[in-house]
Design a protein around this ligand. Structure first.
Ligand SMILES: [Zn+2]
Length: 162
């Protein structure tokens, strides 16, 4: 039982590291959005270097997260197929789903390969579209929000007295 608890602690610690890194990634995404917008509104601003630097940081964090996920799986007696990413028991020689033969180097290599381009693509394509629509949506939310908030307050007070 004590062994089980300490394993849970190790896993929780890895999970906390993952959560921190996810937060950092979200923060970088916010910063990239702001940088992009600054450039969008002022053509004299060139933030390419700043944006690329944050994209690289995100890519690095994603790799770290993959590594931590592998460690968590290992603690649970599992490993991930490098081809189909299905979780398998550590002792399996072949992926039970796709039949890929496991070996330590293949698993490690697969972890390195996965997270490359999608971040930059997503930011470049989504940001300008989102900024327009988000602005409209935000206005609507503000208008609708006043009604919702006053409703919520009046709803909230009644049961408190009862
Ligand atoms: Zn597989």
């Amino acid at each position: 039982m004590a062994l089980f608890d300490s394993k849970q602690k190790v896993i929780a610690n890895y999970q906390k590291q993952i959560d921190d890194k996810v937060r950092a990634i979200n923060s970088y995404h916010d910063q990239i959005g702001r940088l992009y917008y600054a450039q969008y509104t002022d053509m004299n601003v060139d933030v390419t270097k700043e944006i690329n630097q944050r994209c690289d940081n995100i890519t690095g964090l994603k790799k770290d997260i993959e590594d931590l996920e592998i460690k968590i799986l290992y603690e649970k007696g599992l490993k991930r197929c490098p081809v189909c990413r299905t979780e398998n028991h550590l002792e399996y020689d072949f992926c039970y789903k796709c039949g890929t033969k496991f070996d330590a180097t293949a698993t490690a290599a697969a972890v390195e390969v996965k997270p490359e381009a999608p971040v930059e693509v997503a930011v470049a394509e989504v940001a300008p579209v989102v900024s327009d629509e988000a602005a409209k949506a935000a206005d609507e939310v503000v208008e609708a929000g006043d009604a919702v908030v006053s409703e919520a307050i009046s709803d909230g007070e009644a049961p408190a007295e009862a």
